[in-house]
Design a protein around this ligand. Structure first.
Ligand SMILES: Nc1nc2c(ncn2[C@@H]2O[C@H](COP(=O)(O)OP(=O)(O)OP(=O)(O)O)[C@@H](O)[C@H]2O)c(=O)[nH]1
Ligand SMILES: [Mg+2]
Length: 199
């Protein structure tokens, strides 16, 4: 039933025209997440994206560009220009990466060319023990200090989905207290629906 609904949502989503940049630090789960979005398929053997580390996935009218390798972070900005949405993937179970993630995310969003592009933060891997809660992620990435765009933070869990609205901050969209787990592929519908609204 859920599967049928997701397939239906995917068919709607991929019929729209949308350019998405999916970025984040290495090992965050970008490739896994994109695989789940496009195929509803999770592969444990997902290998690190190598080489130029730009993976372009096209399905229907939707193009998703995926990056991660640090040595190419300087060119992220160029490829983010003009996209309909920036999706930042975070490994919510690895707090040691949060400071670097915050610095890189803010450095990217500070680029004038990227002003106004909606940001979706997906805190992935919340099926793992000791993953950060969405409030912790919002704090760790200083999401409330981002003022020049719509910001959302989703966490998807197999167990529970909790929604929180961050008052009158500059965040115009709901900051949904959910983290995404590409592994469980639960609540991927929320992610698809969010992206669909930006197409
Ligand atoms: N438990 C769990 N593991 C995950 C999840 N998503 C991804 N992983 C694992 O995390 C590792 C990295 O996943 P990738 O999808 O390759 O991450 P990436 O961000 O594309 O990594 P790079 O391409 O190296 O930048 C793999 O071992 C995945 O199996 C998740 O939701 N839960
Ligand atoms: Mg990858």
């Amino acid at each position: 039933m859920l599967r049928a609904f997701l397939d239906w949502l995917r068919s709607l989503f991929f019929a729209k025209e949308l350019d998405i940049a999916c970025i984040g630090l290495q090992n965050a789960g970008k490739s896994s997440l994109v695989t789940v979005l496009t195929d509803n398929h999770f592969t444990e053997e997902m290998i690190p994206t190598v080489g130029f580390n730009l993976r372009k996935i096209q399905k229907g009218n939707v193009i998703i560009k995926v990056w991660g390798q640090p040595r190419f972070r300087s060119i992220w900005e160029r490829y983010c220009r003009g996209v309909g949405a920036i999706v930042w993937v975070l490994d919510s179970a690895d707090a040691s990466t949060f400071p670097t993630a915050q610095a890189e995310l803010h450095a990217l969003l500070d680029k004038p060319e990227l002003r106004g592009i909606p940001l979706l933060v997906l805190a992935n891997k919340n099926d793992l023990p000791d993953h950060a809660t969405v409030d912790e992620v919002i704090k760790a990435l200083a999401l409330t200090t981002i003022t020049n765009r719509e910001v959302s933070c989703y966490s998807i869990s197999g167990e529970s989905t909790r929604h929180a609205v961050l008052g009158n901050r500059a965040l115009t969209d709901m900051l949904a207290a959910t983290l995404s787990s590409a592994k469980s592929s639960r609540n991927i519908d929320i992610t698809l629906a969010w992206l669909m609204k930006r197409a």
